[in-house]
Design a protein around this ligand. Structure first.
Ligand code: PLP
Length: 231
């Protein structure tokens, strides 16, 4: 077994234990491999080991690896910051865009999806820490954004995504996860007839807390693929 496969199995066990502690069913939580800066062979190893989806951050990297069949056999998600002028390259390629973080971006996704005669599944990104450096909707702008997104015929909002600020202490992100989970439940009920499916939160260091708070999708990178070599 490759180390990628071993890592995935061990994360699955930890996910299942976290789900059971929270009185939830393990099969209700998806594991997305955040495969940025890992090559096509690593992606294929993760797919062979049963990862639910792969998530990419950069459009260029996604296109290059896609041409090498890195994602054959698993859904591809886009999880990174998305620029408006790159939307065209992602719509219809990614099964789910996690990072729809402005009304302008939602409109552009709608426009590009209409051109291709498809409906693009997206999540609304919430900037739960109110950080200047991060994209996403402020919590108090989220209801309005979700209501507007509902009017876009070629966009289907299936839930929320968040990346909390770097945690300063163990379990430091749990309050953020809990807040986003409560927005998720309220918006799904009030605006989307309880049709939300994906609450995407939790990474290598905190996916168990995210599951405790209600995550249905966790995005795990380094705990699967090893530490990324930034140049
Ligand atoms: C890189 C990345 C992850 C995974 O981060 P790890 O700490 O390596 O697990 C999750 N979500 C997003 C949006 C990322 O960019």
């Amino acid at each position: 077994m490759t180390s990628i496969a071993e890592n995935i199995h061990s994360i699955r066990r930890r996910m299942a234990a976290a789900a059971e502690r929270a009185g939830r069913r393990p099969e209700d939580i998806l594991l997305v491999g955040a495969s940025k800066m890992n090559d096509a062979a690593a992606c294929r190893a993760a797919i062979a080991a049963g990862i639910d989806a792969l998530g990419e951050n950069r459009v260029q990297e996604m296109a290059e690896k896609s041409a090498l069949h890195a994602y054959d056999g698993a859904p591809l998600h886009f999880i990174g910051h998305l620029q408006r002028n790159k939307v065209r390259q992602v719509v219809g390629q990614a099964a789910l865009i996690h990072s729809a973080g402005s009304v302008e971006l939602l409109r552009e996704i709608d426009r590009q999806a209409e051109k291709r005669s498809l409906v693009q599944d997206v999540l609304l990104e919430v900037n739960i820490g109110g950080e200047q450096s991060k994209s996403g909707f402020a919590p108090d702008a989220l209801y309005d954004a979700a209501a507007r997104a509902r009017e876009l015929p070629h966009v289907r909002v299936l839930g929320l995504m968040t990346i909390p600020p770097p945690a300063r202490e163990p379990r430091g992100n749990l309050p953020y996860f809990t807040k986003v989970a409560s927005l998720y439940v309220d918006i799904s009920r009030d605006l989307y007839d309880n049709r939300f499916k994906y609450l995407s939160m939790g990474m290598s260091d905190d996916f168990e807390d995210a599951i405790a708070a209600g995550a249905t999708v966790v995005r795990v990178g380094s705990a699967i693929f090893g530490h990324r070599q930034y140049q």
